[in-house]
Design a protein around this ligand. Sequence first.
Ligand SMILES: Nc1nc2c([nH]c(=O)n2[C@H]2C[C@H](O)[C@@H](COP(=O)(O)OP(=O)(O)OP(=O)(O)O)O2)c(=O)[nH]1
Length: 133
Amino acid sequence: MKKNIHVVGAVITDNNKILCAQRGPSKSLPYKWEFPGGKIEQGETPGDALQREIEEEMHCQIEVGEQVEHTVYEYDFGIVHLSTYFCHLLDGIPVRTEHNKLKWIVPNDLQTLDWAPADLPAIEKIRKIISPT
Ligand SMILES: Nc1nc2c([nH]c(=O)n2[C@H]2C[C@H](O)[C@@H](COP(=O)(O)OP(=O)(O)OP(=O)(O)O)O2)c(=O)[nH]1
């Protein structure tokens, strides 16, 4: 049976742009774009996990707001349960340490990136919430 992987992703907004991160070549889903974040550890709330992951991988602090979307997607390596949350920066600016690239993108251009499949429902929802026309 495939393993269930519980993951949180931060939709960090600043100046009407959203922070997008490209996975590295040696990861699962190489070169796919994602929201920074990672696996929820035992005993953590989704918000705790997001704050920890963003501190670890981007060296900055965020406030976690409303949930954007929850998606369950079956990959060959496991079943990802992805919860995304709107976040904003409290302190520091995101530093690239693990990702191949970081980009700030306006909501209308989000669909131009090659996203991890689990992220597509969140991308559609963000577009509708931020640019409803
Ligand atoms: N952080 C994050 N992970 C995502 C997103 N969409 C998506 O399918 N994933 C997948 C990729 C990974 O398989 C898993 C998150 O794992 P992780 O971020 O803690 O671990 P990792 O990059 O080291 O991944 P892995 O090599 O262990 O698979 O969820 C997303 O938007 N953000």
